[in-house]
Design a protein around this ligand. Structure first.
Ligand code: HEC
Ligand code: HEC
Length: 324
């Protein structure tokens, strides 16, 4: 198994990565990834996590794996408005990309789960997603000599939720997008990596409009939960409000990354927008006037060429580099 991108040596050594911006060129443009001290990286753990991510035995009826919703070819999304679980059950939301997920301080659209290790159990146990039980999974995986041996060797224990979630988290921390045409242009000085129109689009995104205040490079999210005025009334899903019942959280969702955005539609937490054109129309109208809508979002006018340029720029954020 080869990890294609260059990662800092400290990452390979399994240490908490603390990189400073002025250090050598092998440091990713993405900055620091904090790895929990009790789940250090190893290639064996990565291989185990990868196998688990693609293993359908993690679901009730052996019909779906993590990759059934997080498809590598769609930058780890599924092309559906709302994800579908076992037996065609409707899940709750649109499937987010997993690129650079290891850099995120929180997970889910509610921005409330704080570790990838903890997150991994949620889809496995969710009745509308994989609908499995830990006991059933352990029974199945314990019959597979690869898993038994790998878990013993890496963790010095028998297969359990602890080993499964740590391995899945380790695999996900290796899903890195940092070499899109835009990255090569902006961070690596390759003037010709993106078109002139995409360059104009970047100026519009970052200077004429206000997008970077929330979709801030290099992650194209500042990881906060915000209300972007999608609805006047959030009826089916009130976002982060459901976690603490705090009315100032109504309609707030974790700001999604825009990396690989061309591959990850339909858009928004409920997949209600099919195209980037629709998204731009939404913002240009200034969004719906919900009380919690961020004041940053205000109406604007772009001509046809400017809209085209903005979409071309968004397309230059594609870096779907995963190799099976
Ligand atoms: C049925 C489809 C489905 C399956 C199967 C699934 N996911 Fe997801 N995943 C989703 C959806 C939908 C969300 C958003 C949930 C939310 O915000 O409430 C999500 C969110 C996530 C997130 C949070 C991403 C972020 O940026 O906040 C991670 C990490 C993740 N999934 C990993 C996994 C792993 C690991 C597995 C396998 C154990 C898995 N998923 C299985 C649909 C799925
Ligand atoms: C105040 C913060 C904020 C600003 C400013 C902002 N966005 Fe967003 N953006 C969000 C949030 C929050 C979501 C997700 C909302 C949801 O799912 O309900 C989102 C979603 C998106 C999506 C869909 C992402 C996906 O994977 O579904 C795109 C594309 C997008 N924004 C583009 C832009 C553009 C272009 C601009 C500038 C015109 C912009 N945003 C300005 C907060 C912001």
């Amino acid at each position: 198994m080869i990890v294609k991108y260059s990662i800092p040596l400290s990452f390979l050594l399994g240490l908490t990565v603390l990189v400073s911006c002025d250090s050598t060129s092998d440091v990713s443009i993405l900055g620091e990834m904090v790895i929990p001290q009790d789940n250090s990286y190893s290639e064996e753990k990565l291989a185990l996590g990868k196998k688990l991510f693609f293993d359908k035995r993690l679901s009730l009826d052996n019909s779906m794996s993590c990759a059934s919703c997080h498809l590598p070819e769609k930058a780890f999304t599924d092309g559906l408005a709302i994800a579908e679980g076992v037996k065609g059950r409707k899940a709750f939301r649109n499937t987010p990309s997993l690129y650079n997920v290891g850099f995120s301080p929180t997970f889910m659209f509610d921005a409330h789960i704080t570790s990838l290790e903890e997150q991994a159990l949620v889809p496995i146990l969710d009745a509308n997603e994989m609908a499995a039980t830990i006991k059933a999974i352990i029974d199945k995986l314990s019959k597979d000599p690869y898993y038994v041996q790998a878990v013993r060797k890496i963790y010095n224990r028998e297969i359990d939720a602890w080993a499964i979630t740590r391995s899945l988290a380790t695999f996900q921390r290796t899903l890195i997008s940092d070499n899109s045409p835009f990255d090569r242009y902006y961070y690596k000085g390759e003037r010709g990596a993106i078109s002139e129109s995409a360059k104009r689009g970047w100026k519009i995104f970052s200077e004429k409009l206000y997008c970077i205040q929330c979709h801030t490079p290099p992650h194209f999210t500042n990881f906060k939960a915000e209300n972007n005025g999608l609805y006047l009334d959030y009826i089916d899903d009130q976002g982060r409000f459901r976690i603490h019942g705090d009315s100032t959280d109504k309609g707030k969702f974790k700001i999604p990354t825009l990396r690989n955005i061309k591959l990850t539609g339909p858009y928004m937490h409920d997949g209600s927008m099919g195209t980037l054109q629709e998204v731009i129309e939404h913002y240009s109208r200034g969004g719906e006037q919900h009380v919690n809508k961020s004041p940053i979002i205000q109406p604007f006018h772009l001509n046809v060429d400017e809209k085209k340029a903005l979409i071309e720029f968004l397309g230059a954020l594609s870096d779907n580099n995963f190799e099976e």
